[in-house]
Design a protein around this ligand. Sequence first.
Ligand SMILES: Nc1nc2c(ncn2[C@@H]2O[C@H](COP(=O)(O)OP(=O)(O)OP(=O)(O)O)[C@@H](O)[C@H]2O)c(=O)[nH]1
Ligand SMILES: [Mg+2]
Ligand SMILES: [Zn+2]
Length: 333
Amino acid sequence: MAKRKLSQQQRRRIRERERERITRPSPVEGESSGETGLIIAHHGKQVELEDARGERHRCHLRANLDQLVAGDRVLWQPGSKNEHGVVVAVEPRHSELRRPDPYGRLKPLAANVDRLLVVLAPVPAASSLLVDRYLVAAELSAIEPVLVFNKADLLDEPQTREAADRLRRLYTEIGYDFLEVSASTGQGIEPLQHALEGHTGVLAGQSGVGKSALVNALLPEAQLPTGSVSDTGLGQHTTTAARLFHLPGSGDLIDSPGVREFGLWHISEEELLRGYRDLAPLATECRFRNCSHRHEPGCALHAAVEEGRIDPQRMENFFRIADTLDPGKRQKY
Ligand SMILES: Nc1nc2c(ncn2[C@@H]2O[C@H](COP(=O)(O)OP(=O)(O)OP(=O)(O)O)[C@@H](O)[C@H]2O)c(=O)[nH]1
Ligand SMILES: [Mg+2]
Ligand SMILES: [Zn+2]
């Protein structure tokens, strides 16, 4: 059964790629001769790519190319016998999720995605501050976020149930999708699959929330290792590199390594506000055009919180993130 599905899927993809190739007049930056390919993962200086027939190849990169990531669409030239191919050019990305690496340098994590699955769980405990950081990144990259609360099978205790419900209320009131799922029992996996149909999603969230387990639930053939180590609190990550998977049906999903923090220091306070889809429209209604929303009278944001139209948690998180922005990017008061 799984085999048949896969070959149908491959056929569909070949048709898609062929169509793309015909209708796309050399859209690639740099050189233009070569076959089209999709980056599945990058390993150091090499990448794994999928060709138009669905076959995988290891390739080197032309020296002038920036780092490629899962989801990138490229042109490449096959190597001669037993040799790696070479990627010669990359298509401009229509979207890009970036995050700082451990050295604080901003790195792309996934390209050409249109859904960000922010995975939460009762363990490790979900924090709205981390959720907000992901939401801001998604909003600024024009990627539609979906909150995925995993390990729903662990919500028996009234306390954990209440914490999950609180997050659901907080985010659904703003208009975000919130799915309660369990990679272990299969609860909510079908709605998750529907949410990804025809889209390319990327999984994000703390280490140990079950991102790879969700890939396995959606695509049992993936057989990804999932970590018990993370559960012990040692802070180790099970997944070490982002990787793209084709889901049954239509839709792609990129698994990514977990992070403890999702830094946003590189954005300005103005951008941060734009990333808060509930707060941003209110800012134009403040009495003072250059309102800092901190101490001025007639601040529409504070009025909305007092009247119960905005959750105070969102405002608090906004200011907490604002305090971590690069000093040069903060608003001066
Ligand atoms: N009870 C329960 N445990 C789960 C569920 N999903 C995942 N887990 C467990 O959570 C642990 C972490 O799962 P992973 O899928 O490795 O987590 P991850 O988010 O991919 O972690 P990193 O790769 O380190 O970022 C494993 O022990 C899983 O078995 C679930 O729905 N219910
Ligand atoms: Mg993982
Ligand atoms: Zn204001």
